[in-house]
Design a protein around this ligand. Structure first.
Ligand code: ADP
Ligand code: MG
Length: 691
C-alpha cells in the first residue's frame, strides 16, 4: 500500500489539483463559482473540462459519467466515453465544457411522482462544482443535480443545496446582530455508517436476502448477541482485510474514513468518517455505501445495509452528527468559554429546540422507510417519538432560564442571557443518554433515527430548513429592537418555555415514555404509512415554499414516490415470503415429515414398540397444515390491496405485514424441528457465525 498522504484523494479532482492544472484566471473563476454559486462562463467551462479530462486520462479513465441521486435513494450514472472519431479511422479523447456542465440522460424510468410525464423522458443533469469530481472504475464521475424539463427537481441533491442556502442566509442575519460579519454559514455532517458483513456463499442461498435485503424467515441461533462479545471486539482477520481495503478505497476517493469497529450484533460493524460540509457528506456517504458493497464482494462477503437484516439481534442505523459553522471557522453549536459567546450559542440552541419541536413530523418522515420501521420503537433503537436530550449541564441552564430561578452555580442577579455562564460541556460526558433520538454531544447534535440505508440528504434537508425558519423568525424579531440584549433575553426565555416539552432526558426505551410523550402532546408516528401523509401538512408546505427548498408540486410528487416505494417494498417481501414458503420451506418440511412417517411405518412393520417418529411426524403435520393455511391467507390479502396509494401503504402495514409475521412464526418453529440437512437454506447460525 502506498503511504496514506500519497493515497488520500489521489482519485479526486480537488482544489489542489485544480490549482496545479488550471490557468490562474480559470482557477479563480471556478473558485468563485464554487464559493458563490455564480454561473461559469462557457469558455471557462471548456478549459476546466479539458483539464479534467487530461487528468482523468492520465489516471487511466476512458469514460465519464454524470453521477446523480434520483429519488430512488441510490445513485445513478450513465457512462459515455471520451472518444471522438476523427477522419481516417482515428479517434481522440475529448471532453467539452458543455458535456461537463450539462447532461441529458434518458430518464423516463426514474420515479418522478407525476412531475414528468413518461412521454417527456428528458431529465437534465447539471454539474455541482461544489462537490469534487472523482475517478472510479476507470470512469470520471461528475457529481450533478437532476431536474425535469420544466426545472422541477427530481433528485435529493438539489433540495439539499437549497436548504443549505436557506440556513446560511438566515444564520448570517442572526450573526450580524452579534456584530459578526460572516458571509456564509455551512452545516456540517459526520454520518456513522453501520452495516453487516456476511459470507457470500451463504447469502447466495437465501432468496429473501437477495430480493429484499433482509431475512424473512429464520429461527434465532442458539447464540445471539447476549454475550456482548462482539461490540468493539477483536476484528477477525478476514473482516480486518476487508476494512483495510475499504479504508484504502475510500481514502483514494477523498473520503476521510476514520473509525472502523465491530458493533453490537455478530457480523455488525461501523465505519465513521470525519465530518464535512453536508452536501459532500451526503455524496460521500452514498459513495461509501457503494464502495462497501464492491469491496465486500472482493473478500467473499456481502455487505448488508438493510436496517434489520436479522430478527432478534440489533439492526443498523446511521447516526447523523450535525452542526453549523461559519466560513470563519466558528462552530455555532459550541457553547464557548465566555458569556458573550454563550448568548449567541443559546440563541442557536433555542432555534434548534424550537425547530425540532415544531417539525417533529418532518424529522420522523425523513427517516421513514419500510426497513427502518423494524428498528424505530423496538428496544434497540430510538423510539418513533422525536425528542431531544441536551445533557444535565445545559438542561440546568434551560431550567434556569425558563423558571427565572438561578441554579446553584450562578451568581444571583447576573442572570440574563447575555452574561449567563454556561458550564463547560465535556464532549463525551454530555452523551450519556444513548436512547435519545436527538442528542446534544458537546458541540453538535447527533440524530440517531436514520436507518443504515438512508440517503442522509433527506434528514438534512428537513433539519436545515426547519432551523433556517426559526432563525428567520428570530432575526425578524431582533433586527427591529432598540435594546438587543433585553429582547434576546425575552426571546430565548419565551421560546424555551414554549418548546421545553421536546426536551427529554429520561430513558427513551422505557415503556412509560410513550405515555409521558402523549401527555406532553408530542407526536408518536409508529410507522411509515402513518407518518408520511404529514409531509404535506399546510405548515410543512409553507415552510419549504418560504425558503425556496421545495414547491408544493415537488412535495406532493415526493410523497407519492415514498408511499409507492413503501408499498412496493412490502409487496416484494410478501411475494418473496409466499415463494419461499411454497417452493422451499413447505416442501422441505413435508419431505422430512415423510421420512419420519416412513421410519415409523418401517419400525411398526417389524414390531418395534417405541415410535417417537410418529409423535414427531404428527406434530410436524399439524404445524405444516397451519403453515399452508397461513400461506394461503397471505396470498389472499395480497389480492385485496386498495387502489389508492395512501390506503394501500396503510393496508400493507396493517393487513399484510402481520400476516407475514404469523407465517414466519410457524415457519421458524418448523425450522427448529426439521433436520438440518433437510432445511433448504443456511440458518442464522450459518449466516452470523461464519469463520
Ligand atoms: P460516537 O460513536 O460516540 O457517536 P464517533 O466518533 O463514532 O462517535 O462519531 C462522531 C461523528 O461526529 C464523527 O463522524 C465526527 O466526525 C462527527 N463530528 C464531530 N464534530 C462534528 C461537527 N462539528 N459537525 C458534524 N459532525 C461532527
Ligand atoms: Mg454515534
Amino acid at each position: 500500500m502506498k503511504k496514506v498522504p500519497e493515497l488520500f484523494g489521489s482519485m479526486v479532482f480537488n482544489e489542489s489539483v485544480m490549482r496545479e492544472r488550471l490557468p490562474k484566471a480559470i482557477f479563480r473563476a471556478l473558485e468563485n463559482t464554487r464559493q458563490t454559486g455564480a454561473a461559469l462562463a462557457p469558455d471557462v467551462a471548456d478549459v476546466v473540462a479539458s483539464a479534467m479530462k487530461d487528468w482523468a486520462v492520465e489516471k487511466g479513465a476512458t469514460h465519464y459519467t454524470h453521477w446523480f441521486q434520483p429519488m430512488t435513494g441510490i445513485t445513478a450514472e450513465k457512462h459515455d466515453s471520451f472518444l471522438s472519431p476523427q477522419p481516417g479511422g482515428k479517434a481522440i479523447m475529448e471532453f467539452s465544457g458543455k458535456e461537463l456542465t450539462k447532461g441529458e440522460p434518458d430518464a423516463s424510468s426514474f420515479p418522478s411522482g407525476g412531475l414528468r410525464a413518461t412521454f417527456e423522458a428528458r431529465g437534465y443533469t447539471a454539474w455541482d462544482p461544489t462537490s469534487d469530481a472523482f475517478i472510479k472504475d476507470d470512469t470520471l464521475y461528475i457529481p450533478t443535480a437532476f431536474c425535469s424539463y420544466t426545472g422541477e427537481v427530481l433528485d435529493k441533491k438539489t433540495p439539499l443545496l437549497r436548504s443549505m442556502e436557506a440556513i446560511s442566509r438566515q444564520a448570517v442575519r442572526v450573526l450580524a446582530l452579534f456584530g459578526k460579519n460572516v458571509c456564509r454559514v455551512t452545516t456540517t455532517v459526520g454520518p456513522e455508517q453501520e452495516y453487516f458483513l456476511i459470507d457470500r456463499a451463504a447469502y447466495a442461498k437465501r432468496p429473501d436476502l437477495i430480493l429484499t435485503g433482509r431475512t424473512l424467515f429464520g429461527a434465532p441461533a442458539p447464540k445471539g448477541q447476549e454475550m456482548e462479545d462482539h461490540y468493539f471486539g477483536a476484528i477477525r482477520p478476514r473482516v480486518k482485510a476487508f476494512m483495510a481495503e475499504l479504508d484504502e478505497e475510500l481514502w483514494k476517493l477523498g473520503i476521510h474514513a476514520k473509525t472502523e469497529h465491530n458493533e453490537v450484533a455478530p457480523c455488525q460493524h461501523e465505519m465513521a468518517p470525519i465530518f464535512s460540509t453536508t452536501n459532500i457528506a451526503a455524496d460521500h456517504n452514498q459513495l461509501a455505501m457503494e464502495v462497501m458493497k464492491t469491496v465486500a464482494a472482493r473478500h467473499g462477503f456481502v455487505c448488508l445495509l438493510h436496517e434489520k437484516p436479522f430478527e432478534g439481534i440489533n439492526g443498523s442505523g446511521k447516526h447523523n452528527n450535525w452542526s453549523i459553522s461559519t466560513d470563519t471557522g466558528e462552530n455555532l453549536l459550541d457553547p464557548g468559554k465566555t458569556p458573550a459567546s454563550n448568548a449567541q450559542f443559546l440563541l442557536f440552541l433555542t432555534a434548534v429546540v424550537k425547530a425540532v419541536d415544531e417539525y417533529q413530523d418532518l424529522l420522523r418522515i425523513s427517516v421513514a422507510t419500510a426497513g427502518n420501521d423494524h428498528r424505530l420503537g423496538a428496544n434497540e433503537a430510538p423510539p418513533a417519538i422525536v425528542s431531544m436530550y441536551i445533557g444535565d449541564e445545559l438542561q440546568a441552564v434551560v431550567d434556569e432560564l425558563v423558571s427565572g430561578k438561578p441554579h446553584a452555580n450562578t451568581t444571583p442577579g447576573t442572570m440574563d442571557v447575555g452574561v449567563l455562564a454556561i458550564p463547560p460541556i465535556p464532549l463525551d460526558n454530555s452523551d450519556r443518554n444513548r436512547t435519545s433520538p436527538f442528542a446534544f454531544t458537546g458541540n453538535k447534535f447527533e440524530f440517531r433515527m436514520p436507518g443504515s440505508s438512508l440517503n442522509i440528504a433527506c434528514t438534512n434537508i428537513m433539519l436545515n430548513t426547519a432551523v433556517a425558519e426559526e432563525l428567520r423568525q428570530f432575526a425578524d424579531e431582533l433586527e427591529s429592537v432598540s435594546d438587543f440584549a433585553a429582547a434576546l433575553d425575552t426571546l430565548v426565555r419565551r421560546e424555551l418555555s414554549a418548546h421545553q416539552r421536546i426536551l427529554f432526558n429520561g430513558n427513551g426505551y422505557g415503556s412509560e415514555w410513550p405515555e409521558e410523550a402523549a401527555r406532553r402532546g408530542l407526536l408518536n408516528l409508529p410507522s411509515t404509512p402513518e407518518a408520511l401523509p404529514h409531509y404535506v401538512d399546510q405548515k410543512n408546505l409553507k415552510l419549504f415554499a418560504r425558503h425556496g427548498v421545495y414547491s408544493e408540486s415537488e412535495m406532493r410528487s415526493r410523497l407519492e414516490i415514498v408511499l409507492e416505494e413503501y408499498a412496493k417494498t412490502v409487496r416484494i417481501e410478501a411475494a418473496t415470503s409466499v415463494d419461499m414458503l411454497r417452493r422451499m420451506i413447505l416442501p422441505a418440511c413435508m419431505a422430512y415429515g415423510r421420512t419420519l412417517a416412513e421410519g415409523a411405518a418401517a419400525k411398526q412393520s417389524i414390531g418395534l414398540p417405541d415410535l417417537p417418529e410418529k409423535e414427531l411426524a404428527t406434530d410436524l403435520s399439524r404445524r405444516i397444515t397451519l403453515l399452508v393455511q397461513q400461506t394461503e391467507h397471505l396470498e389472499q390479502v395480497l389480492e385485496q390491496v386498495p387502489a389508492d396509494l395512501e390506503q394501500a401503504a396503510l393496508y400493507y402495514r396493517k393487513n399484510v405485514l402481520p400476516v407475514m409475521d404469523e407465517a414466519r412464526v410457524t415457519a421458524d418453529g418448523l425450522e427448529g424441528r426439521v433436520a438440518k440437512n433437510f432445511w433448504p437454506m443456511p440458518d442464522y447460525a450459518d449466516l452470523l457465525f461464519y469463520v
